[in-house]
Design a protein around this ligand. Structure first.
Ligand SMILES: [Zn+2]
Length: 371
């Protein structure tokens, strides 16, 4: 199910980073629901497509991705994020041969934690993956090597260009995980057991409400940036204190603090810390220079982060479909007979929740003496 409202504005208003995942349905015929979603400038879930397949296999993924490609057509710098299943990666490269595939950092950390049973490895890996410069990356990788040489060899073997922000060929912005898909899955938790058409209608109703509410909320925002992005900027502005600015010309500045120095060029929008050019949002050093020159920082933010872009992203409403008795269905479609899918029902009551991963399991330790 692809909704024209989100597809139309995705190309123009939303960062081209799509998280994809599959979820097992709990209805009578089972099956898997495929979800593709992005994030808007206010860090909210921006759904793009939903699909239904018999199971999470390569052919189902290919069908789902082909349906998406027909409507999205070519997008430069398109990035997909998913877990490490080889079937997803292979099909993404087959269908979107011009796109980049990255792996979800959270799933990656979980795999490492499960393999090497080290608690600290997640914290260190998070620093490595989120590093903006080669220097930071090397420093944290050295920490990882000191903690566990095997874990170090494993992450190198997987390939830093798949998970490290500084090494991936295209921009991943601030999207490091497939958490946006998990958000949608959480909203649909109680709808997984519904029949297909009822589930599709449930999703359509939910998105219709989201689009309406977010459009109104975006219109009532007071700043030129959406609320969440505005908060990110405010936090960065807090770090600007005690920075010394030394301008070279109208665009080039040197910023010093605590013995460190950063060079900024506002014309191509780059800072030596790499944050400015990777996120397309000014870093604290750039904000310090801009504040020193009494300039407006909003012009340095990419359009994806602006309030007007957020309004545009939700400007097309999701239309009502009315009662099926009022639909005008073409005769060639009305004559089709769709049979129930062939499925094998598992023994016992279907699970209500998702499978809990290894690291999420709570372990309780009892006293050996009193239990
Ligand atoms: Zn910077």
């Amino acid at each position: 199910m692809l909704l024209g409202a989100s597809l139309k504005e995705f190309r123009r208003c939303i960062r081209p980073v799509i998280a994809v995942d599959g979820t097992h349905l709990k209805g009578r015929f089972g099956g898997t629901m495929f979800v593709a979603t992005a994030q808007d400038g206010n860090e909210q879930v921006y759904p793009i497509a939903f699909g239904y397949g018999d199971s999470e296999n390569s052919l189902s993924w290919e069908w789902f991705l082909n349906c998406m490609k027909c409507t999205l057509s070519h997008i430069d710098d398109l990035v997909f994020i998913s877990d490490r299943k080889a079937s997803i990666e292979a099909r993404i490269y087959k269908v979107f041969h011009y796109a980049t595939h990255n792996i979800c950092c959270w799933h990656f950390y979980e795999t490492i934690k499960k393999r090497y049973h080290r608690k600290n490895v997640t914290a260190i890996m998070d620093k490595v993956a989120r590093a903006y410069t080669e220097l930071q990356y090397n420093r944290h990788m050295e920490e990882l090597r000191n903690l566990n040489q095997n874990a170090y060899d494993y992450v190198i073997d997987v390939g830093p260009y798949k998970w490290s922000r500084v090494h991936i060929p295209d921009r991943r912005y601030m999207v490091m995980t497939t958490n946006v898909v998990e958000c949608i899955n959480s909203c649909l938790k109680f709808a997984w057991q519904l029949p297909m058409l009822t589930l599709a209608n449930f999703i359509r109703n939910m998105l219709q409400r989201w689009f309406h509410d977010r459009h109104r909320a975006a219109q009532s925002m007071r700043h030129q940036l959406p609320d969440v992005t505005h908060l990110v900027i405010l936090k960065r502005v807090d770090k600007c204190n005690f920075m010394t600015i030394n301008p070279a010309d109208w665009n080039i500045f040197s910023v010093k603090r605590s013995g460190k120095q950063w060079i900024i060029d506002l014309a191509p929008k780059i800072c030596i810390c790499n944050k400015f050019q990777i996120d397309l949002l000014p870093c604290s050093h750039t904000l310090a220079a801009v504040r020193d020159q009494n300039m407006d920082f909003t012009s340095l933010c990419a359009d994806y982060y602006k309030r007007q872009t957020l309004i545009d992203a939700y400007s097309v409403p999701i239309m009502l479909i009315g009662h099926p008795s009022n639909w005008i269905v073409p005769s060639n479609i009305a004559g089709r007979v769709i049979l129930n899918p062939i499925s094998r029902r598992q023994v016992g009551r279907p699970r209500a929740g998702r499978h809990i991963s290894y690291s999420e399991r709570k372990t309780t330790q009892n006293c050996r003496r009193c239990g």
